[in-house]
Design a protein around this ligand. Structure first.
Ligand SMILES: Cc1cc2nc3c(=O)[nH]c(=O)nc-3n(C[C@H](O)[C@H](O)[C@H](O)COP(=O)(O)O)c2cc1C
Length: 217
């Protein structure tokens, strides 16, 4: 991709408000978007996320009043996802052991030098000492996954919308009562929709570089 194409892709991705509900994303394209999500980088390689693809119309209808920012997407998008962030990733958690041993192929002992370094990082350097701080740390990382999915979609000429416009407590409660989320393990981080637009791409309005970029010499 050359410089012009890279920038054209940035303008191509835009937060879609109106979808063409008759157009569905092809299975093979959706798999590419999911693979981009899977390959997203994460702090310490801990991949603190899970993606729920909501296909069920009853659940979509139930979420509608709780999610003002998602209503157009719930009605028109081809694919609607709820991105969860993993809770309580502590150095001595079963989750860290699982990632280390199953995903990375390294035995994990919470008394090892590596585990103690991880403990020091999480508890001292990053000050992640409350369930909320740990959740927010995981949640920040889900936004990388979100962006990766949206940019991959744009590269495939697929539209998307990131969504924070919903009541977190209500959505979590609904998903939990439906048995769709274990709130001890995951919390809702952000939502997103994907599909094909039924509107023109809106031109970008952004602050100038001089306001957001400073060189320190
Ligand atoms: C984290 C995040 C949450 C957002 N939440 C919503 C939302 O709930 N509903 C919506 O229609 N747009 C939402 N947006 C879209 C923004 O309004 C949009 O990205 C911004 O105005 C810039 O426009 P652009 O994405 O088309 O460049 C959200 C964007 C981000 C990054």
């Amino acid at each position: 991709m050359n410089a012009e194409e890279i920038l054209a892709l940035q303008h191509r991705r835009f937060a879609t408000k109106h979808y063409d509900k008759t157009k569905k994303i092809a299975k093979k394209d959706w798999q590419v978007i999911l693979e981009a999500a899977r390959l997203t980088p994460s702090s310490l390689g801990l991949e603190p996320w899970k993606i729920l693809l909501l296909e069920n119309e009853t659940h979509k209808k139930a979420l509608f009043p709780m999610a003002w920012g998602a209503q157009a997407s719930l009605e028109g998008a081809s694919h609607f996802v709820i991105i969860l962030a993993k809770k309580n990733i502590t150095y001595d958690s079963d989750y860290v052991k699982h990632i280390s041993e199953t995903v990375k192929g390294h035995p994990y002992d919470k008394n090892s030098k590596y585990a103690q370094k991880l403990k020091d990082y999480l508890e001292n350097d990053a000050d992640l000492n409350t369930p909320r701080a740990l959740f927010d740390w995981a949640s920040k990382q889900t936004y990388l996954l979100l962006e990766n999915m949206m940019m991959t979609a744009a590269a495939l000429d697929i539209d998307s919308c990131p969504i924070e416009g919903f009541n977190y407590a209500q959505v979590e409660k609904y998903l939990a009562t439906q048995g769709l989320i274990d709130l001890d393990e995951y919390g809702v981080s952000v939502m997103a929709s994907f599909g094909y637009r039924d509107q023109e791409i809106t031109p970008k309005k952004r602050r100038p570089l001089s306001e957001i970029y400073q060189v320190i010499k």
